[in-house]
Design a protein around this ligand. Structure first.
Ligand code: ASP
Ligand code: MG
Length: 422
């Protein structure tokens, strides 16, 4: 029998009744002879509630000096969850023990509110497993070398689960959530969207980073680095379905390309409204200009994504790039006050009403004409493309935000994603 890690999200842990269901499901796996480690999130809404309390007390919440205390507060959400789940498991007649991050310990760096896991000591967990206990470990948290409690960033329990699975060399990490797998795109936008039985790790990374918020992006990176087999599945199936059936449900994130049953050129369509576009008009087209513009932006710790520079006219060019919407105001200010004047830009303009739509698929590596098919589908809908960026396995376009749903639907149809590829 195998060592299995289960992760349950906030919705799955949302009430006493739901926690009882989680316990019944875990107990079923334990009774089948598996060694079980369970990593739950805080009950749904709890992390927001806790952080909200802190905000009520000080307008300075959000500034780095207070992040240590925020982690102290936020980590309690998961502490409650592990205790409740261990009690629910015992009520099901299964021996269980709960741990916070620091008790394991899950060692992290000291970047409060976005700490990175450095190592996990598996001694205590292994001893419990050997003694036949189910081990319940708080997600989202760890401890730094000075014994400060840290958290891993919103959605961080996914990363906890994958890291714990990696440290224990678990046979599989099952992420139970409120959706039943990874879809070709968001079914709320395209009702014909189809659940993928498998998706390659690289595609998942693109889908996750491009805005399919099923898994925290870092958890996918971790799974890739340590080759942790990962499955996303629903926690709302009846808890007593057979383990065989359950183990095949959801979406497997696989590493072997030939393990991929479905060989579509494009596997999915991702989109997000998280970015904003800024443009410097009429900057001199000379060596070093990109660095002159983007250097100060990087120094201000602003991440940039898509970049485009136009052909020049009369020695002048336009230079655009996108940033996270949260950084939009800061970027505009930087460009208007410093970078624009320094580079002799004629004008700085910005647009926060954009979105990025991407087609993703490892099949794009070996197929030509995929991007042009994308552009044709968009042009048939009269959608203007403002920016384009590509990688080996994706093509992204920046378009007006008001066409987002139209674009996603048109692309889903153009690539026939509602059909199982043959
Ligand atoms: N409870 C944390 C959050 O809401 C971590 C998680 O749910 O994964 O972000
Ligand atoms: Mg989550």
């Amino acid at each position: 029998m195998a060592l299995i890690v289960h992760k349950y999200g906030g919705t799955s842990m949302g009430s006493a009744e739901r926690i009882r269901n989680v316990a019944k499901r875990v107990a079923k796996w334990a009774r089948a002879g598996h060694q079980m480690v369970v990593v739950p999130s805080a009950m749904s809404g709890e992390t927001n509630r806790l952080l909200g309390l802190a905000k009520e007390l000080s307008p300075a919440v959000g500034s780095p000096e207070l992040n240590r205390e925020l982690d102290m507060i936020a980590a309690t959400g998961e502490q409650v969850s592990v205790g409740l789940l261990a009690i629910a498991l015992q009520a099901e007649g299964v021996e269980a023990v709960s741990y916070t991050g620091w008790q394991v310990p899950v060692a992290t760096d000291s970047s409060f509110t976005k700490a990175r896991i450095e190592s996990i000591d598996d001694t205590r967990v292994r001893a419990d497993l050997a003694a036949g206990k189910v081990v319940v470990i708080a997600g989202f948290q760890g401890v730094d070398e000075d014994k400060n409690i840290t958290t891993l960033g919103r959605g961080g329990s996914d990363t906890s689960a994958v890291a714990i699975a990696a440290a224990l060399k678990a046979a599989e990490c099952l992420i139970y959530t409120d959706v039943d797998g990874v879809y070709t795109t968001d079914p709320r936008i395209v009702p014909e969207a189809r659940r993928l039985h498998t998706i390659s790790f690289e595609e998942m990374l693109e889908m996750a980073s491009l805005g399919s918020k099923i898994l925290q992006i870092r958890s996918v990176e971790f799974a890739g680095k340590y080759r942790v087999p990962l499955r996303v599945l629903s926690s709302f199936t009846p808890w007593d379905i057979s383990i065989e059936e359950e183990a095949k449900s959801g979406t497997l994130i696989s590493f072997e390309e030939d393990e991929k049953m479905e060989q579509a050129v494009v596997s999915g369509i991702a989109f997000n409204r998280d970015e904003a576009k800024v443009t410097l008009l009429g900057v001199p087209d000379k060596p070093g200009i990109a660095f002159q513009i983007l250097g100060p932006v990087a120094d201000a710790n602003i991440d940039i994504d898509v970049i485009i520079q136009n052909v020049s006219h009369d020695g002048k060019t336009d230079f655009s790039f996108t940033v996270h919407r949260n950084d939009y105001a800061r970027t505009m200010e930087l460009l208007e006050k410093t970078v624009g004047p320094a580079t002799q830009a004629a004008k700085v303009v910005g647009d926060a009403r954009i979105c990025k739509v991407s087609i993703v698929g490892i099949g794009m590596r070996s197929h030509v004409g995929v991007a042009s098919k994308m552009f044709r589908a968009l042009s048939e809908e009269g959608i203007n493309i403002q920016m384009i960026s590509t990688s080996e396995i994706k093509t992204s376009v920046v378009i007006d935000e008001k066409y987002m749903e139209l674009a996603v639907r048109a692309l889903h149809r153009a690539f026939e994603l509602e059909q199982i590829p043959t």
